[in-house]
Write a protein that binds this ligand. Structure first.
Ligand SMILES: *[C@@H]1O[C@H](CO)[C@@H](O)[C@H](O)[C@H]1NC(C)=O
Length: 403
């Protein structure tokens, strides 16, 4: 009886097992699928010497000529990519191009080669592009040193940028040492970022991990960001942004802004930052605006379940940003900030003031909700500071609220 049951159930078990292998490693299937373009077959060489830029351009053009879902496969190896690349969705028939990258893409060591190009990998007006895996090494250290020395240096190139694009997936990618921003979404709709790692020196200038602006429906899950500027910076016109399970640090934290530099500016609406940690960062969660006229606004923001480990400013709203103290008449920000909830924010502050709200004297921050805050400074009570801030307190709050 026993034996019979076992032999009968062997077939389903085998099917389940094989299915599992395919589910766990879909690249096995995809890499040998019908529309599969191998970068190496187009002249790329993973030898760490040969410039593989043209192979990328050819692969993209070939994929765009196809209508079926297509994989551009990059095998293991180190591929030099010495030219700035533009992947344009104009005249592209293919709405499902997936880069499956096993190798490392390496920018030139000499930062002047890409330094004035704006972006290294630029995707423009594309639909349905995904990138799975891969290490993008921007080799930015030379440029950072140049900037830190106060010399005249090019601005540097963002490593990956998607502009005016939709239905984008970035999965399991690593971005190392970008010259400028690591990953940017500008004018995008429906973006999923998952399992991405960003790594650059704490002393690297302007190396924001992920920057989002004028985009809607961007979701950033399960990421680890260590860099010299904001882990995530959220610019004007960002709506329906979801960030969950991010380990940030070192870095400047997650920042909405700087906003309100322009008189006419799109607002930031519906941002959720959930279950994230901030370790040794300059800020935890920050909202920042210029102290100058603007019709910009921020509303419906939820900061929830956040852990601070020696963050310098765990909770901060700063509406008096004005570097060099120029062009900020009366230092009054026009940006209206409302409906911001801080819920279950706990851990340690590296400075005595763990919670700071410095809002516009003309447009006070309104409906700021504190629901369960527990932040300490050197194992003791931390302080808070509130200017022009109106809100409510729920649950227990440490440091004491000061509305
Ligand atoms: C807010 O954004 C989330 C995605 O981040 C979305 O699921 C939700 O529907 C949005 N809420 C509103 C009111 O638009």
């Amino acid at each position: 009886m026993e034996t019979k049951v076992t032999s009968l159930s062997l077939k389903p078990i085998l099917i389940v097992f094989l299915t599992l292998i395919l589910v766990i490693n879909p690249q096995i299937v995809e890499a040998n699928g019908p529309n599969n373009i191998n970068l190496v077959s187009l002249g790329a060489k993973g030898d760490g010497i040969t410039d593989s830029s043209r192979a990328f351009t050819s692969a993209w053009n070939n994929a765009c000529g196809l209508r079926n879902p297509t994989i551009i496969f990059v095998p293991q190896g180190r591929y030099m990519v010495n030219s700035p690349l533009i992947f344009s969705g104009k005249n592209c028939n293919n709405k499902a191009i997936k880069f499956v990258i096993r190798g490392t893409l390496v920018a030139p060591t000499d930062f002047r080669v890409l330094g004035n190009s704006g972006t290294w990998f630029s995707f423009e007006d594309v639909t349905g592009v995904s990138i799975s895996g891969g290490v993008f090494d921007g080799q930015g250290a030379g440029l950072w040193a140049c900037k830190r020395a106060g010399k005249s240096c090019p601005p540097g190139a963002t490593t990956i940028r998607f502009s005016n694009s939709r239905n984008i997936i970035i999965n399991g990618l690593t971005s190392l040492n970008s010259q400028l921003y690591h990953i940017v979404f500008d004018g995008c709709t429906n973006v999923k970022v998952q399992g991405v790692k960003v790594s650059a020196s704490a002393a690297s200038p302007n190396t924001d991990g992920i920057h989002v602006q004028l985009s809607t429906g961007v979701t950033i899950m399960n990421t680890k960001i260590a860099t010299g500027d904001d882990c995530v910076s959220i610019g004007a016109g960002t709506t329906n942004l979801w960030i969950e399970n991010m380990a940030c640090g070192p870095g400047h934290g997650i920042s909405i802004g700087s906003l309100g530099k322009e008189l006419n500016e799109a607002g930031v609406v519906n941002v959720t930052v959930k279950s994230c940690s901030f370790t040794g960062t300059e800020n935890g969660v920050r909202i920042k605006s210029w102290g100058r006229p603007s019709n910009g606004f921020v509303r419906n923001v939820l900061f929830q379940h956040l852990t601070m480990v020696n963050a310098q400013n765990p909770i901060i709203i700063d509406q008096n940003y004005c570097p060099d103290e120029r062009g900020c008449p009366g230092k009054v920000s026009g940006v209206r900030i409302s409906d911001v909830t801080y819920q279950d924010i706990h851990g340690s502050s590296a400075t005595p003031i763990a919670m700071k709200f410095d809002c516009s004297s003309e447009y006070h921050c309104t409906n700021i909700n504190l629901d369960g805050v527990d932040l300490t400074f050197r194992n003791q009570e931390a302080g808070s500071s509130c200017i022009n801030t109106m809100g409510r307190i729920f649950g227990s709050i440490e440091p004491k609220g000061c509305f």
